[in-house]
Every structure is written in C-alpha cells, then in structure tokens.
Design a protein around this ligand. Structure first.
Ligand code: URA
Ligand code: SF4
Length: 180
C-alpha cells in the first residue's frame, strides 16, 4: 500500500466519512519545489477528488500563472482530506486525526517552501497565531520554511479595500521568486 492508498481508505472521522464523496489526497507533481496548503476540500473538490478546483482554486491558478509558475508544477495539499459538511471549519479533533497524513506527505515531498493559505493551514504549522501577525514573511518551523498568507476565499470575499487579494497576489509572487 502506498501513502496515497492509505489516505484514501482512512475512516478516522466517522461524521466526515458519512458525508464525503471522495478523500481529497492532494496533488504532488514530481519535482514540485513549492507546496501550497489549504484547509479542507469544498463541494467541488469532494466531487472530483482534486484539491482547489472550485472558485478558490481558480483564483489560485490565476495568481500562480500571473507569477509565472503554472499550477501543474505546484504541490497542493489540505490540512484535512475529507469535506466538512456545509464547508464548516474542521474541528480540532478532525484536524488532529488527519495531521499524520499531512506530516507524512511533507516528509515525502520535502518542499523548498510551503505557503499556508488562511488561518487553519497557518495554525497547523505555527500553532495559535493571528494571520495578520504572521502573513507575508517566511518563518522556519521544524526545519521547514513556511510563508503564511490569506486564503483565496478571503480574497474572493473582498475584504477591507481588497487587501486580502492584493496581499495574496504579492505573497504568491514572493513564494514563486523564492523557489525559482
Ligand atoms: N479550499 C481549501 O482550503 N481547500 C481546497 O481544496 C478547496 C478549497
Ligand atoms: Fe481520515 Fe483525514 Fe478523512 Fe478524517 S479527514 S477520515 S483523518 S482522511
């Protein structure tokens, strides 16, 4: 059994197992140096089994393209692999249950840089922080370089004066330069 097979057959969260269509293991193209980590699959990801294919994913694709790194060369994972109903934030129990999967994926990938999208992914790596206190700067945790930024969903919601979109674009461009 490969790691991917193990994740696909995971049943550790009974309530997510009951409502999920697929387990969204993530995409890990060979040779990817940049990893982007989101929160959990949404409806379209649950249907297709592919991370970030809905509206947030389309924005992510566009911003990476603008920064001259096609999405096909970027690894994309989530902290939690099964869709929480109604897109609620994953619980601490679910996040803890799923943690070993992302930990194992990181060990295989060894990305040069990890961009965390939004508070759930950022907290996964950094512990309890506010996003505004850490976004836009690279921090080293457990020997990994992590760059926290906004979630594309926050950018799509607009936010104060369009700042989340502007900063997400800026942070992704920085990330691409760093791994280039
Ligand atoms: N939002 C996420 O955090 N992850 C996905 O895969 C899709 C939307
Ligand atoms: Fe397993 Fe993670 Fe899905 Fe929970 S969310 S059932 S831990 S794969």
């Amino acid at each position: 059994m490969t790691l991917t097979d193990d994740i696909r057959s995971c049943t550790a969260c009974p309530s997510l197992v009951a409502t999920r269509t697929t387990v969204v293991v993530g995409s890990t193209p060979a040779g990817a140096r940049l990893l982007v980590v989101g929160e959990a699959p949404g409806a379209q990801e649950d249907q297709t089994g592919v991370p970030f294919v809905g509206r947030s994913g389309q924005l992510l694709d566009r911003l990476l393209e603008e920064a001259s790194l096609p999405r096909s060369r970027v690894a994309v994972l989530n902290t939690v692999k099964c869709r929480p109903p109604d897109n609620r934030v994953p619980t601490r129990v679910e996040t803890a249950a799923c943690r070993p999967w992302l930990t194992a994926q990181l060990a295989v990938l060894e990305p040069a840089l990890t961009v965390t999208l939004g508070l759930s992914a950022t907290t996964w790596f950094l512990g309890k922080v506010t996003l505004s206190s850490v976004r836009g700067r690279v921090v080293e945790v457990d020997g990994r370089r992590v760059l926290p930024t906004y979630h594309p969903a926050a950018a799509l919601r607009g936010g104060p004066r369009g700042e989340p979109l502007r900063l997400l674009r800026e942070d992704l461009a920085l990330a691409v330069r760093m791994v280039g």
